[in-house]
Write a protein that binds this ligand. Structure first.
Ligand SMILES: [Zn+2]
Length: 456
């Protein structure tokens, strides 16, 4: 072949490459979206987040294929509000499910709603009672919404939780059936939620663990069981991921691993989760594996929140800003600026009386707000009209409030926080006529939510 012909061919090839946009975009195709979540999972109890025990070998391996966000927070440390935020990319005061037992507002659109319109088949496997269809209304936007409630909880009386083997097996069966289509799959494991069980094959030696690993007043007996539940769940997450690989669905999927909230084990004189705004219940793991394992084994330290999952997914789909969502694309360095303010909120128990009154949800009142900017958090307790502030880098267990130490930034943040609280109040008032997707609470729901401590 003559040189001229060779050059001609080269030029033609170059034009093709430019026309079809292959230059500089070696991104593999994003085919499927999978969210694997674990209820009540503290980030700091996973080995990939620095916990000194090997509680999470499967999640650690997964993290090596993805991007691990060291500082991810839920906005409300409770199941329905938190997953409501994950699915809508709106804070609880905007999506309506402010407590367990309250559903999303009817007018609010969700991630599966949009994805369905983009041609995705959508399915969820949930294993915690507050996510029952009739309570949260999440099912309305999924093609299939499977409730796995087989495990007995609370003195063995109630089947309020699903078991990891069954959740895994059902999700795998669904994957096998639907592997050929484009899909969005959400799987929720619930083992680390109280009451905790010690699994014989998943126990640890705590003799070498430095006491500084835990906040003051931590109840170690509970921690040992809690860690065992995490390791047990991790084993099944490993099996699920292995199957995703075997079905050749791993490489081109965007896979998110996330927790909905943490757990308090006696620190701040508080056990469990839902009403306070300390890191023990707010700090959650977030790991995102991109198609082709792009940016694999990366660690990102800026603040992130569950709010950001939706915008990040739509940006990966090349549809940034197409849908009305709060939150940011976590892979847009410009957007994830360091001085971002994250508003946190908690509410009192679900009001269960007069639910036929369309405005009954207005009776669920906020009890605390907080704002997080960088490493400084200011918490506002509405009942006592008091403030606390912490630098969570220097005091990760938030043991000593620095609010009255003339910390100028904390005082400034107080003003910003109060301004935001006013905006929230206005928003709630303006939207007081919004209808919830579900308003009926059965006697059984009421008993179960009461037993879980979610009703005052
Ligand atoms: Zn939860």
């Amino acid at each position: 072949m003559s040189n001229i012909r060779l050059i001609k061919r080269f030029v033609f090839l170059l034009i093709l490459i430019i026309l079809f946009g292959f230059v500089g975009d070696a991104r593999p195709e994003l085919r499927n979206i999978i969210i694997i979540s674990v209820d009540t999972l503290r980030a700091d109890h996973l080995s990939c987040y620095g916990y000194p025990l090997q509680t999470s070998p499967a999640v650690d391996a997964f993290a090596r294929d993805g991007v691990l966000f060291t500082n991810c927070y839920t906005l409300t440390p409770l199941t329905t509000p938190s997953f409501g935020t994950m699915l809508t990319s709106l804070p609880p005061f905007k999506h309506g499910a402010k407590r367990n037992g309250l559903s999303l507002y009817r007018k609010v659109k969700t991630l599966p709603y949009y994805l369905k319109r983009l041609g995705y088949r959508t399915a969820a496997f949930v294993s915690n009672w507050p996510l029952r269809k009739k309570l949260c209304g999440f099912n309305k936007d999924f093609d299939a919404y499977y409730q796995v409630f087989t495990k007995k909880r609370w003195l063995g009386i109630m089947n309020s939780e699903g078991e990891a083997p069954e959740v895994t097996q059902k999700a795998i069966a669904w994957l096998k059936k639907n592997r050929k289509c484009r899909f969005f799959l959400w799987v929720l494991y619930t083992e680390p939620h109280a009451p905790y069980i010690l699994h014989e094959k998943f126990t640890f030696d705590y003799s070498q663990v430095p006491p500084s690993t835990y906040p003051p007043k931590t109840k170690m007996k509970k921690i040992k069981k809690y860690d065992s539940e995490i390791a047990y769940t991790d084993y099944y997450i490993g099996r699920l991921i292995e199957k995703i690989r075997q079905l050749e669905l791993y490489r081109n999927s965007l896979i998110v691993f996330v927790g909905d909230h943490g757990e308090s084990f006696g620190e701040h004189n508080y056990s469990r989760h839902g009403r306070k705004l300390y890191n023990s219940t707010l700090h959650v793991p977030l790991i995102i594996k991109l198609p082709g394992n792009r940016l694999k084994n990366t660690v990102r330290r800026e603040n992130a929140s569950i709010l950001d999952i939706g915008p990040t997914i739509f940006s990966a789909l090349n549809l940034p800003g197409s849908f009305p969502m709060d939150g940011i694309n976590l892979f847009n360095r410009e957007g994830s600026k360091l001085n971002r303010e994250i508003l946190l909120e908690t509410y009192g128990g679900t009001v269960h009386f007069r639910r036929k009154d369309r405005r009954y949800h207005m009776k669920v009142k906020p009890i605390r707000y907080a704002i997080l900017n960088g490493s400084i958090k200011v918490i506002y307790n509405l009942k006592s009209n008091s403030f606390e502030a912490y630098d969570i880098n220097k005091d990760p267990f938030e043991t000593t409030s620095i609010f009255y130490k003339l910390l100028i930034s904390a005082r400034d943040m107080k003003q910003v926080l109060l301004g935001k609280v006013e905006q929230v109040k206005k928003y709630i008032k303006l939207n007081r006529n919004l209808r919830l997707r579900e308003a009926v609470l059965s006697k059984e729901d009421l008993e179960r939510l009461k037993s879980l401590g979610y009703i005052d």
